[in-house]
Write a protein that binds this ligand. Structure first.
Ligand code: FO1
Length: 319
């Protein structure tokens, strides 16, 4: 079975770990969000690609859900001693090595897709990890700060500001001109099933869908597309998805996120058992819906969510 998954960071990575455990023989292609990417200290940092790579490769900091395990921060401290920041973004020594290798390869002319493949040669994530695009896309968030309206990088909004001010707009800068990375459209066309994990619908899955050609390819693939709600009981399972949902005029609920994707894209949607009451509203929108436990408390819980998503895919396939 060939499965394509559109993934952001922590939620996507943990779901993928469950998927791999649930169907170890499946050929899984992950299309990773690169809108969170940021250039710091002259280096290109790709948080979502790295979170997937480290999580599946066994190198993730499990408590944080991002960054490396057994990390130290000597380099960051030395940079700070020179007055070189930003200090608000926690890059550790082990993680720095990844960004140095990536930046060196990009400088030598390799596209991000080839660089990601090279990095995965070390981590062996057990999936094919593709960036959504080799072109630069950077998510910016429009906010009002100190009485002034301005656009900040997504990481500045998320990490420095902790989404403490309302996001007035979320713009994936460069997405309109970006092309899907090599292999992305082919993987979608050859997929037996396409999954949207419980990743952020605006800044993760939404950014991937903003790359021209990807949304269309998924809608036209002719295979079941099933998503899992990142919202449980009207609040995000992790992170601050509600802040950016408000910016695109979507209420923070499992049903509203399904309607936001729409029946043109989604065939099936899983909501948590606490949101059982939302099933009817989602089905009215033309999307088959089931209520199952959606908290990824451990590997087995994530694997069971993956089994439920695949079972729903089979249900809509035969319908
Ligand atoms: O909350 C934080 N998240 C950090 N993240 C996570 C990241 O900001 C976001 O959670 C994702 O971009 C959203 O998917 C990092 C991820 C990396 O790959 C590398 C470094 C960081 C650093 C931070 C950090 O200092 N604080």
């Amino acid at each position: 079975m060939r499965i394509v998954v559109l993934a952001g960071g922590i939620g996507g990575a943990r779901f993928l770990r469950g998927l791999r455990a649930a169907v170890p023989d499946a050929e899984v292609t992950v299309i990773g969000n690169t809108g969170d990417d940021i250039h710091l200290f002259g280096l290109k940092v790709c948080p979502d690609l790295d979170t997937v790579m480290y999580t599946l490769g066994g190198g993730i900091n499990e408590e944080q859900g991002w960054g490396r395990s057994e990390e130290t921060f000597h380099l960051k401290e030395e940079l700070a001693a020179y007055g070189v920041g930003p200090e608000w973004f926690g890059l550790g020594d082990r993680d720095f090595a990844t960004h140095i290798v990536r930046t060196q390869m990009l400088g030598a002319g390799y596209p991000l897709s080839a660089v990601t493949e090279a990095l995965c040669d070390r981590w062996r994530p057990g999936v094919r990890l593709l960036p959504m695009s080799d072109d630069r896309v950077e998510t910016h968030v429009a906010v009002e700060l100190d009485g002034e309206r301005k656009a900040v990088h997504f990481q500045e909004y998320w990490v420095r500001l902790r989404a403490s001010v309302p996001a007035e707009a979320v713009v994936p800068v460069g997405a309109e001109q970006a092309k899907p990375a090599p292999g992305v459209l082919e993987a979608i066309a050859e997929a037996d099933v396409i999954l949207f994990p419980p990743s952020n619908p605006v800044v993760s899955v939404g950014t991937i869908l903003a790359v021209p050609g990807i949304r269309e390819a998924i809608a036209e693939a002719g295979v079941p597309v099933v998503g899992l709600s990142p919202i449980v009981g009207d609040a995000p399972v992790r992170g601050m998805a509600d802040k950016v949902l408000a910016a695109v005029g979507v209420e923070s609920s499992a049903a509203a996120v399904a309607e936001h994707y729409g029946s043109g894209l989604l065939d099936g949607w899983l909501v948590d058992t606490v949101d059982e009451g939302a099933v009817g509203r989602v089905e009215e929108a033309g999307i088959r819906c089931r209520a199952v436990p959606l908290m990824m408390t451990d590997l087995e819980a994530a694997a069971q969510m993956a089994r439920e998503a695949l079972a729903l895919a089979e249900e809509v396939r035969v319908a």
